[in-house]
Design a protein around this ligand. Sequence first.
Ligand SMILES: NC(=O)c1ccc[n+]([C@@H]2O[C@H](COP(=O)([O-])OP(=O)(O)OC[C@H]3O[C@@H](n4cnc5c(N)ncnc54)[C@H](O)[C@@H]3O)[C@@H](O)[C@H]2O)c1
Length: 434
Amino acid sequence: MNFQKICVLGLGYIGLPTASTFATHGLRVVGVDINTAIIETLRGGKIHIHEPGLGTVLQAALESGDLTVSSEPEEADAFLIAVPTPFYLDTHGEYNGRQYKLADMRAVTSATEAIIPHLRKGNLVVLESTSPPRTTIDLVAPILERSGLKVGSDFFLCYSPERVLPGQILRELIENPRVVGGITPESAAAGRDLYATFVKGEIIETDATTAEMVKLMENTTRDVNIAIANEFSRLAEKFGVDVWEAISLANRHPRINILNPGPGVGGHCISVDPWFFVEAAPDLTPLIYQARQVNDEQPHFVLSKVRQAVGSLNEKKIAVLGLAYKPDVDDLRESPATEVVHLLQKDGARVKVWEPFKPEADLPGIDMACTLEEAILEADALLLLVNHTEFRALHPDDLISTTKARIAFDTVNGWDAEKWQKAGFQFIRLGAGK
Ligand SMILES: NC(=O)c1ccc[n+]([C@@H]2O[C@H](COP(=O)([O-])OP(=O)(O)OC[C@H]3O[C@@H](n4cnc5c(N)ncnc54)[C@H](O)[C@@H]3O)[C@@H](O)[C@H]2O)c1
Protein backbone atom coordinates (compact mmCIF):
# COMPACT_ATOMS: atom_id res chain seq x y z
CA MET A 1 0.00 0.00 0.00
CA ASN A 2 1.20 3.50 -0.78
CA PHE A 3 1.00 6.29 1.79
CA GLN A 4 1.33 10.01 1.02
CA LYS A 5 -0.19 11.63 4.07
CA ILE A 6 -0.73 10.49 7.65
CA CYS A 7 -2.24 11.91 10.79
CA VAL A 8 -0.60 11.20 14.17
CA LEU A 9 -2.88 11.72 17.16
CA GLY A 10 -1.02 12.51 20.40
CA LEU A 11 2.28 14.42 20.26
CA GLY A 12 4.00 13.20 23.40
CA TYR A 13 7.08 11.08 24.00
CA ILE A 14 5.92 8.57 21.37
CA GLY A 15 3.75 10.51 18.93
CA LEU A 16 6.11 13.45 18.36
CA PRO A 17 9.23 11.44 17.47
CA THR A 18 7.06 9.15 15.32
CA ALA A 19 5.41 12.04 13.47
CA SER A 20 8.76 13.80 12.98
CA THR A 21 10.45 10.63 11.71
CA PHE A 22 7.69 9.89 9.19
CA ALA A 23 7.96 13.51 8.00
CA THR A 24 11.73 13.30 7.53
CA HIS A 25 11.21 10.09 5.52
CA GLY A 26 9.07 11.60 2.83
CA LEU A 27 5.49 11.52 4.14
CA ARG A 28 3.29 14.52 4.74
CA VAL A 29 2.33 14.38 8.41
CA VAL A 30 -0.31 16.22 10.41
CA GLY A 31 0.52 15.95 14.10
CA VAL A 32 -2.55 16.36 16.29
CA ASP A 33 -2.80 17.10 19.99
CA ILE A 34 -5.74 18.25 22.08
CA ASN A 35 -3.38 20.23 24.29
CA THR A 36 -3.32 23.63 22.57
CA ALA A 37 -0.28 24.75 24.60
CA ILE A 38 1.70 21.91 22.99
CA ILE A 39 0.50 22.94 19.52
CA GLU A 40 1.54 26.55 20.19
CA THR A 41 4.96 25.46 21.50
CA LEU A 42 5.58 23.29 18.45
CA ARG A 43 4.39 25.97 16.05
CA GLY A 44 6.93 28.29 17.67
CA GLY A 45 9.61 25.73 16.74
CA LYS A 46 10.08 24.74 20.39
CA ILE A 47 9.69 21.39 22.05
CA HIS A 48 7.85 20.43 25.25
CA ILE A 49 9.67 17.19 26.11
CA HIS A 50 13.28 16.19 26.58
CA GLU A 51 14.53 13.57 24.15
CA PRO A 52 18.07 13.67 22.75
CA GLY A 53 18.15 14.64 19.07
CA LEU A 54 14.42 15.25 18.81
CA GLY A 55 14.82 19.03 18.48
CA THR A 56 16.92 18.61 15.34
CA VAL A 57 14.57 16.10 13.67
CA LEU A 58 11.52 18.17 14.61
CA GLN A 59 13.11 21.32 13.23
CA ALA A 60 13.92 19.59 9.94
CA ALA A 61 10.39 18.18 9.70
CA LEU A 62 8.74 21.54 10.39
CA GLU A 63 11.04 23.53 8.11
CA SER A 64 10.50 21.16 5.18
CA GLY A 65 6.75 21.73 5.57
CA ASP A 66 6.21 17.97 5.70
CA LEU A 67 5.15 18.18 9.35
CA THR A 68 2.35 20.48 10.38
CA VAL A 69 0.60 20.49 13.74
CA SER A 70 -3.03 20.99 14.56
CA SER A 71 -5.59 20.44 17.28
CA GLU A 72 -7.90 18.63 14.82
CA PRO A 73 -7.31 15.57 12.65
CA GLU A 74 -7.92 15.82 8.94
CA GLU A 75 -8.30 13.46 5.96
CA ALA A 76 -5.25 11.25 5.47
CA ASP A 77 -4.22 7.83 4.15
CA ALA A 78 -3.41 6.56 7.63
CA PHE A 79 -4.11 7.54 11.24
CA LEU A 80 -1.82 6.65 14.15
CA ILE A 81 -3.08 6.87 17.71
CA ALA A 82 -0.38 7.51 20.35
CA VAL A 83 -2.37 8.96 23.24
CA PRO A 84 -1.93 8.16 26.95
CA THR A 85 -3.31 5.03 28.57
CA PRO A 86 -2.78 5.57 32.30
CA PHE A 87 -4.79 3.99 35.11
CA TYR A 88 -7.56 5.72 37.02
CA LEU A 89 -6.35 7.33 40.24
CA ASP A 90 -9.74 7.55 41.92
CA THR A 91 -11.30 4.15 41.30
CA HIS A 92 -10.19 0.55 41.41
CA GLY A 93 -11.44 -3.00 40.92
CA GLU A 94 -11.45 -5.75 43.50
CA TYR A 95 -10.99 -9.51 43.35
CA ASN A 96 -10.82 -11.75 46.43
CA GLY A 97 -9.97 -8.76 48.63
CA ARG A 98 -7.18 -7.61 46.29
CA GLN A 99 -7.55 -4.11 44.89
CA TYR A 100 -6.33 -3.57 41.36
CA LYS A 101 -6.01 -0.53 39.11
CA LEU A 102 -8.23 0.11 36.09
CA ALA A 103 -7.10 1.25 32.65
CA ASP A 104 -8.26 4.73 31.73
CA MET A 105 -9.06 4.39 28.03
CA ARG A 106 -10.78 7.76 27.65
CA ALA A 107 -8.00 9.27 25.52
CA VAL A 108 -8.00 6.28 23.13
CA THR A 109 -11.78 6.49 22.90
CA SER A 110 -11.84 10.20 22.14
CA ALA A 111 -8.92 10.07 19.70
CA THR A 112 -10.64 7.23 17.83
CA GLU A 113 -13.90 9.17 17.76
CA ALA A 114 -12.07 12.19 16.35
CA ILE A 115 -11.01 10.07 13.36
CA ILE A 116 -14.58 9.04 12.39
CA PRO A 117 -15.47 12.11 10.28
CA HIS A 118 -12.22 11.83 8.32
CA LEU A 119 -12.15 8.06 7.76
CA ARG A 120 -12.35 7.03 4.09
CA LYS A 121 -12.38 3.71 2.22
CA GLY A 122 -8.90 2.23 1.97
CA ASN A 123 -7.53 4.09 5.02
CA LEU A 124 -5.36 2.48 7.66
CA VAL A 125 -5.77 3.12 11.40
CA VAL A 126 -3.02 2.02 13.82
CA LEU A 127 -3.30 2.03 17.59
CA GLU A 128 0.13 2.43 19.18
CA SER A 129 -0.99 3.23 22.73
CA THR A 130 -0.26 0.40 25.14
CA SER A 131 -3.68 -1.13 25.75
CA PRO A 132 -5.47 -4.00 27.51
CA PRO A 133 -5.90 -7.20 25.49
CA ARG A 134 -8.64 -6.99 22.83
CA THR A 135 -8.80 -3.16 22.84
CA THR A 136 -8.32 -2.97 19.07
CA ILE A 137 -11.12 -5.44 18.38
CA ASP A 138 -13.54 -4.58 21.20
CA LEU A 139 -13.06 -0.82 21.63
CA VAL A 140 -11.42 0.79 18.59
CA ALA A 141 -13.06 -1.19 15.75
CA PRO A 142 -16.69 -0.60 16.87
CA ILE A 143 -16.05 3.13 17.30
CA LEU A 144 -14.56 3.44 13.81
CA GLU A 145 -17.43 1.43 12.32
CA ARG A 146 -19.78 4.21 13.47
CA SER A 147 -18.50 5.91 10.29
CA GLY A 148 -20.56 3.41 8.30
CA LEU A 149 -17.40 1.73 6.99
CA LYS A 150 -16.59 -1.92 7.77
CA VAL A 151 -13.33 -2.82 9.44
CA GLY A 152 -11.27 -5.27 7.41
CA SER A 153 -13.15 -4.72 4.15
CA ASP A 154 -13.50 -0.91 3.90
CA PHE A 155 -10.56 0.14 6.05
CA PHE A 156 -7.54 -1.52 7.66
CA LEU A 157 -6.93 -1.60 11.39
CA CYS A 158 -3.79 -2.58 13.31
CA TYR A 159 -2.25 -2.58 16.72
CA SER A 160 1.48 -1.89 16.75
CA PRO A 161 3.22 -1.53 20.10
CA GLU A 162 5.95 1.00 20.63
CA ARG A 163 9.02 -0.46 22.37
CA VAL A 164 11.48 2.41 22.27
CA LEU A 165 13.72 3.31 25.17
CA PRO A 166 13.31 6.91 26.34
CA GLY A 167 16.63 8.65 25.76
CA GLN A 168 17.20 6.51 22.63
CA ILE A 169 13.82 6.94 20.97
CA LEU A 170 14.94 8.24 17.57
CA ARG A 171 17.45 5.47 17.03
CA GLU A 172 15.25 2.69 18.39
CA LEU A 173 12.20 3.81 16.36
CA ILE A 174 14.19 2.99 13.26
CA GLU A 175 16.30 0.05 14.40
CA ASN A 176 14.00 -1.97 16.70
CA PRO A 177 12.03 -4.91 15.36
CA ARG A 178 8.40 -3.87 14.95
CA VAL A 179 5.37 -6.05 15.64
CA VAL A 180 2.31 -5.17 13.55
CA GLY A 181 -0.90 -6.91 14.52
CA GLY A 182 -3.71 -6.65 12.00
CA ILE A 183 -7.38 -7.16 12.59
CA THR A 184 -7.05 -9.11 9.31
CA PRO A 185 -3.89 -10.28 7.48
CA GLU A 186 -4.49 -7.52 4.91
CA SER A 187 -4.50 -4.96 7.73
CA ALA A 188 -1.20 -6.30 9.04
CA ALA A 189 0.25 -6.05 5.54
CA ALA A 190 -0.92 -2.44 5.24
CA GLY A 191 0.64 -1.65 8.64
CA ARG A 192 3.85 -3.27 7.50
CA ASP A 193 3.93 -1.06 4.40
CA LEU A 194 3.48 2.04 6.51
CA TYR A 195 6.27 1.29 9.01
CA ALA A 196 8.57 0.17 6.20
CA THR A 197 8.79 3.92 5.44
CA PHE A 198 11.55 4.18 8.03
CA VAL A 199 11.85 0.99 10.11
CA LYS A 200 15.12 -0.83 9.43
CA GLY A 201 14.51 -3.57 12.02
CA GLU A 202 12.44 -6.63 11.17
CA ILE A 203 8.71 -5.97 10.78
CA ILE A 204 6.71 -8.94 12.01
CA GLU A 205 3.07 -9.39 11.09
CA THR A 206 0.60 -10.99 13.49
CA ASP A 207 -2.96 -10.46 14.70
CA ALA A 208 -4.00 -7.45 16.77
CA THR A 209 -4.60 -9.19 20.10
CA THR A 210 -1.28 -11.05 19.95
CA ALA A 211 0.46 -7.72 19.33
CA GLU A 212 -1.33 -6.20 22.35
CA MET A 213 -0.26 -9.13 24.50
CA VAL A 214 3.34 -8.94 23.28
CA LYS A 215 3.69 -5.39 24.59
CA LEU A 216 2.06 -6.18 27.93
CA MET A 217 4.10 -9.36 28.34
CA GLU A 218 7.35 -7.47 27.75
CA ASN A 219 6.67 -4.87 30.41
CA THR A 220 5.12 -7.32 32.84
CA THR A 221 8.19 -9.52 32.61
CA ARG A 222 10.39 -6.60 33.53
CA ASP A 223 8.11 -5.66 36.42
CA VAL A 224 8.14 -9.18 37.85
CA ASN A 225 11.92 -9.41 37.42
CA ILE A 226 12.49 -6.09 39.17
CA ALA A 227 10.17 -7.25 41.97
CA ILE A 228 12.32 -10.30 42.58
CA ALA A 229 15.45 -8.09 42.59
CA ASN A 230 13.76 -5.84 45.16
CA GLU A 231 12.84 -8.84 47.26
CA PHE A 232 16.48 -10.04 47.05
CA SER A 233 17.50 -6.58 48.24
CA ARG A 234 15.34 -6.94 51.36
CA LEU A 235 16.70 -10.44 52.00
CA ALA A 236 20.27 -9.21 51.59
CA GLU A 237 19.70 -6.53 54.24
CA LYS A 238 18.37 -9.20 56.59
CA PHE A 239 21.33 -11.53 56.09
CA GLY A 240 24.08 -8.90 56.09
CA VAL A 241 24.86 -9.36 52.40
CA ASP A 242 25.47 -6.71 49.73
CA VAL A 243 22.76 -7.45 47.17
CA TRP A 244 24.68 -5.67 44.40
CA GLU A 245 27.68 -7.92 44.88
CA ALA A 246 25.44 -11.00 45.12
CA ILE A 247 23.58 -10.05 41.92
CA SER A 248 26.75 -9.43 39.98
CA LEU A 249 28.05 -12.86 41.07
CA ALA A 250 24.75 -14.60 40.27
CA ASN A 251 24.76 -12.95 36.84
CA ARG A 252 28.04 -14.69 36.06
CA HIS A 253 25.85 -17.78 35.62
CA PRO A 254 25.38 -18.09 31.86
CA ARG A 255 21.58 -18.30 32.06
CA ILE A 256 20.85 -15.83 34.87
CA ASN A 257 20.17 -12.12 34.41
CA ILE A 258 18.88 -10.52 37.60
CA LEU A 259 17.80 -6.90 37.13
CA ASN A 260 18.66 -3.99 39.43
CA PRO A 261 16.78 -3.38 42.67
CA GLY A 262 16.01 0.23 43.60
CA PRO A 263 13.50 2.59 45.15
CA GLY A 264 10.59 1.16 43.11
CA VAL A 265 9.25 1.03 39.59
CA GLY A 266 7.80 4.03 37.80
CA GLY A 267 7.08 5.52 34.43
CA HIS A 268 4.16 5.32 32.13
CA CYS A 269 4.80 1.70 31.11
CA ILE A 270 6.22 -0.86 33.51
CA SER A 271 4.33 0.32 36.59
CA VAL A 272 1.08 0.62 34.63
CA ASP A 273 0.85 -2.09 31.99
CA PRO A 274 0.79 -5.17 34.29
CA TRP A 275 -2.44 -3.81 35.74
CA PHE A 276 -4.05 -4.22 32.30
CA PHE A 277 -3.56 -7.98 32.61
CA VAL A 278 -4.77 -8.02 36.21
CA GLU A 279 -7.90 -6.06 35.31
CA ALA A 280 -8.59 -8.29 32.30
CA ALA A 281 -8.19 -11.52 34.28
CA PRO A 282 -7.74 -11.03 38.05
CA ASP A 283 -8.24 -14.75 38.65
CA LEU A 284 -5.28 -15.65 36.40
CA THR A 285 -2.72 -13.11 37.56
CA PRO A 286 -1.71 -13.65 41.23
CA LEU A 287 2.02 -13.42 40.42
CA ILE A 288 1.67 -10.27 38.33
CA TYR A 289 -0.45 -8.71 41.07
CA GLN A 290 2.09 -9.62 43.76
CA ALA A 291 4.99 -8.19 41.77
CA ARG A 292 3.13 -4.89 41.50
CA GLN A 293 2.62 -4.93 45.27
CA VAL A 294 6.32 -5.60 45.95
CA ASN A 295 7.45 -2.78 43.66
CA ASP A 296 4.87 -0.35 45.00
CA GLU A 297 6.03 -1.09 48.56
CA GLN A 298 9.67 -0.34 47.74
CA PRO A 299 9.47 3.40 48.59
CA HIS A 300 8.35 2.33 52.10
CA PHE A 301 11.42 0.10 52.33
CA VAL A 302 13.58 3.09 51.37
CA LEU A 303 11.88 5.17 54.07
CA SER A 304 12.54 2.55 56.76
CA LYS A 305 16.21 2.37 55.78
CA VAL A 306 16.61 6.16 55.71
CA ARG A 307 15.06 6.26 59.17
CA GLN A 308 17.55 3.68 60.36
CA ALA A 309 20.43 5.74 58.98
CA VAL A 310 19.29 9.21 60.01
CA GLY A 311 17.22 8.52 63.14
CA SER A 312 13.99 10.46 63.65
CA LEU A 313 13.14 12.33 60.48
CA ASN A 314 11.27 15.06 62.28
CA GLU A 315 12.63 18.41 61.05
CA LYS A 316 15.58 16.66 59.39
CA LYS A 317 16.64 18.23 56.12
CA ILE A 318 16.97 15.72 53.31
CA ALA A 319 18.41 16.62 49.91
CA VAL A 320 16.84 14.31 47.35
CA LEU A 321 18.82 13.85 44.16
CA GLY A 322 16.57 12.86 41.28
CA LEU A 323 12.84 12.71 40.80
CA ALA A 324 12.53 11.16 37.33
CA TYR A 325 11.34 7.58 37.09
CA LYS A 326 14.63 6.44 35.55
CA PRO A 327 18.11 7.76 34.71
CA ASP A 328 18.71 10.57 32.22
CA VAL A 329 15.08 11.36 31.35
CA ASP A 330 12.79 14.21 32.38
CA ASP A 331 9.71 11.99 32.76
CA LEU A 332 8.26 12.11 36.28
CA ARG A 333 5.18 9.98 35.65
CA GLU A 334 4.51 7.39 38.36
CA SER A 335 8.01 8.03 39.68
CA PRO A 336 8.75 6.13 42.90
CA ALA A 337 11.07 9.00 43.85
CA THR A 338 8.01 11.22 44.22
CA GLU A 339 6.47 8.67 46.54
CA VAL A 340 9.67 8.54 48.63
CA VAL A 341 9.61 12.34 48.97
CA HIS A 342 6.00 12.26 50.16
CA LEU A 343 6.75 9.51 52.68
CA LEU A 344 9.76 11.42 54.05
CA GLN A 345 7.62 14.52 54.42
CA LYS A 346 4.87 12.59 56.19
CA ASP A 347 7.53 11.57 58.70
CA GLY A 348 8.34 15.23 59.35
CA ALA A 349 11.41 15.61 57.11
CA ARG A 350 12.04 18.84 55.23
CA VAL A 351 12.89 17.74 51.72
CA LYS A 352 14.55 19.72 48.94
CA VAL A 353 14.69 18.05 45.54
CA TRP A 354 17.22 18.58 42.76
CA GLU A 355 16.09 17.15 39.43
CA PRO A 356 18.46 18.43 36.73
CA PHE A 357 16.18 17.25 33.90
CA LYS A 358 13.16 19.14 35.27
CA PRO A 359 14.25 21.77 37.79
CA GLU A 360 11.06 23.73 37.18
CA ALA A 361 8.74 20.77 37.90
CA ASP A 362 5.61 21.96 39.62
CA LEU A 363 4.41 19.12 41.83
CA PRO A 364 2.03 19.75 44.71
CA GLY A 365 3.85 19.78 48.04
CA ILE A 366 7.31 19.18 46.56
CA ASP A 367 10.00 21.80 47.09
CA MET A 368 12.27 21.90 44.02
CA ALA A 369 15.73 23.41 44.26
CA CYS A 370 17.06 25.54 41.42
CA THR A 371 20.56 24.10 41.70
CA LEU A 372 22.32 21.14 43.26
CA GLU A 373 24.13 23.54 45.59
CA GLU A 374 20.86 24.95 46.87
CA ALA A 375 19.47 21.45 47.50
CA ILE A 376 22.42 20.18 49.51
CA LEU A 377 23.71 23.27 51.35
CA GLU A 378 21.72 22.90 54.59
CA ALA A 379 20.95 19.18 54.28
CA ASP A 380 21.46 16.63 57.04
CA ALA A 381 21.57 13.79 54.51
CA LEU A 382 21.87 13.29 50.75
CA LEU A 383 19.53 10.73 49.24
CA LEU A 384 20.26 9.48 45.73
CA LEU A 385 17.03 8.22 44.12
CA VAL A 386 17.83 8.30 40.39
CA ASN A 387 21.00 7.08 38.73
CA HIS A 388 21.44 10.08 36.40
CA THR A 389 24.86 10.16 34.71
CA GLU A 390 25.61 13.56 36.22
CA PHE A 391 24.92 12.26 39.74
CA ARG A 392 27.28 9.35 39.22
CA ALA A 393 29.95 11.85 38.19
CA LEU A 394 29.70 13.88 41.42
CA HIS A 395 32.92 14.14 43.41
CA PRO A 396 32.29 13.68 47.14
CA ASP A 397 35.59 15.48 47.84
CA ASP A 398 34.15 18.61 46.25
CA LEU A 399 30.71 18.21 47.81
CA ILE A 400 31.82 17.81 51.41
CA SER A 401 32.65 21.51 51.68
CA THR A 402 29.36 22.61 50.08
CA THR A 403 26.95 20.71 52.31
CA LYS A 404 26.33 20.22 56.00
CA ALA A 405 25.32 16.63 55.27
CA ARG A 406 27.62 13.87 56.45
CA ILE A 407 25.32 11.02 55.44
CA ALA A 408 25.05 9.89 51.81
CA PHE A 409 22.36 7.32 51.08
CA ASP A 410 22.43 5.65 47.68
CA THR A 411 19.36 3.65 46.60
CA VAL A 412 20.54 2.89 43.05
CA ASN A 413 24.18 1.77 43.29
CA GLY A 414 25.27 5.01 41.65
CA TRP A 415 28.11 6.00 43.95
CA ASP A 416 31.41 4.41 44.92
CA ALA A 417 31.21 3.68 48.67
CA GLU A 418 34.96 3.97 49.20
CA LYS A 419 35.20 7.42 47.62
CA TRP A 420 32.34 8.79 49.69
CA GLN A 421 33.70 7.31 52.90
CA LYS A 422 37.17 8.65 52.17
CA ALA A 423 35.73 12.10 51.62
CA GLY A 424 34.21 11.96 55.12
CA PHE A 425 30.63 10.82 54.49
CA GLN A 426 28.85 8.02 56.29
CA PHE A 427 27.81 6.01 53.24
CA ILE A 428 24.78 3.71 53.07
CA ARG A 429 23.58 1.78 50.05
CA LEU A 430 20.11 0.26 49.83
CA GLY A 431 20.35 -3.52 49.84
CA ALA A 432 23.94 -3.55 51.04
CA GLY A 433 23.46 -5.17 54.41
CA LYS A 434 27.18 -5.65 54.98
N1 LIG B 1 6.79 7.04 26.74
C1 LIG B 1 7.25 5.82 26.43
O1 LIG B 1 8.42 5.53 26.60
C2 LIG B 1 6.33 4.76 25.86
C3 LIG B 1 6.90 3.58 25.35
C4 LIG B 1 6.07 2.64 24.78
C5 LIG B 1 4.69 2.85 24.75
N2 LIG B 1 4.17 4.00 25.27
C6 LIG B 1 2.72 4.16 25.19
O2 LIG B 1 2.44 5.13 24.18
C7 LIG B 1 1.26 5.87 24.54
C8 LIG B 1 1.60 7.36 24.54
O3 LIG B 1 2.57 7.57 25.55
P1 LIG B 1 3.39 8.91 25.64
O4 LIG B 1 4.50 8.64 26.61
O5 LIG B 1 3.74 9.43 24.30
O6 LIG B 1 2.29 9.88 26.30
P2 LIG B 1 2.38 11.47 26.47
O7 LIG B 1 1.53 11.81 27.62
O8 LIG B 1 3.81 11.92 26.44
O9 LIG B 1 1.71 12.03 25.13
C9 LIG B 1 0.41 11.79 24.79
C10 LIG B 1 -0.15 13.04 24.12
O10 LIG B 1 -1.47 12.73 23.67
C11 LIG B 1 -2.26 13.90 23.80
N3 LIG B 1 -3.66 13.54 23.77
C12 LIG B 1 -4.47 13.06 24.76
N4 LIG B 1 -5.70 12.79 24.29
C13 LIG B 1 -5.68 13.08 22.96
C14 LIG B 1 -6.66 13.02 21.93
N5 LIG B 1 -7.87 12.58 22.17
N6 LIG B 1 -6.29 13.43 20.70
C15 LIG B 1 -5.04 13.88 20.45
N7 LIG B 1 -4.08 13.97 21.39
C16 LIG B 1 -4.39 13.56 22.64
C17 LIG B 1 -1.78 14.50 25.10
O11 LIG B 1 -2.10 15.88 25.18
C18 LIG B 1 -0.27 14.23 25.03
O12 LIG B 1 0.42 15.32 24.48
C19 LIG B 1 0.83 5.32 25.90
O13 LIG B 1 -0.13 4.33 25.73
C20 LIG B 1 2.11 4.72 26.46
O14 LIG B 1 1.84 3.69 27.38
C21 LIG B 1 4.96 4.96 25.80
